[in-house]
Design a protein around this ligand. Sequence first.
Ligand SMILES: [Zn+2]
Length: 256
Amino acid sequence: MEKKTFYITTPIYYPSDKLHIGHSYCTVATDAIARYKRLQGFDVMFLTGTDEHGQKIETKAQEAGMTPQEFVDHIVEGERGILDLWKLMNISNDRFIRTTDDYHVEAIQKIFKKMHDNGDIYKGTYKGKYCKPCESFWTESQLVDGKCPDCGREVEDAEEEAYFFKLSKYADRVQHLLEDTDFLQPASRVNEMVNNFIKPGLEDLCVSRTSFSCKASCRCSDAAPHRSTAASATSSDSSAIFHFRVYVPMKKHRPP
Ligand SMILES: [Zn+2]
């Protein structure tokens, strides 16, 4: 008889520095669940890894006098790096994904091309309050006492050209997926998503950052500008560099 499958992943961590105890806590918790499921006889796929793109990594690499790739290689594969840490902790992950892995880059390029060919990608301008340490844009209303709601640091006005995915077009389908299926559990999280994101009007998703560059980038010369409520369209340049944080699971299994 074929074994039932179980897929679990940690977040893919951000290697702008050595990991800390919070990352270990999360990975140990995930490891415990994976081991428990194996004991129950499931065919388990336990994934962890690193999200190796971002402005902070580029800044840190510059400070260290390295290229971004050298910098993340050092943090991930270097002595006492992330791989060493998980070995030390006896973590039983089946795969370790790096967003700079060739197969990941290739998959993202394919996904992006498909979205672009469907007319779901357009160029606009992203405006907001930016927290550099968190690499997050915030709207005025999200700020807490005028500061980053995540870390409490100062934010700065920022504006940049960006490419957007027409998520608003799919609002009905997302709502259906959330409310009429068990795609997301528990139900309290469904309510949170529907009330906070769908009901106020789902905004288009920024899928690129044009102001910095790392390896997993994807050139696209003719993404046509369209107007949308979330972004004001600007004229289309010759090319732009795209950055993605898309999880590409190796197996598409839903937890039982
Ligand atoms: Zn912050």
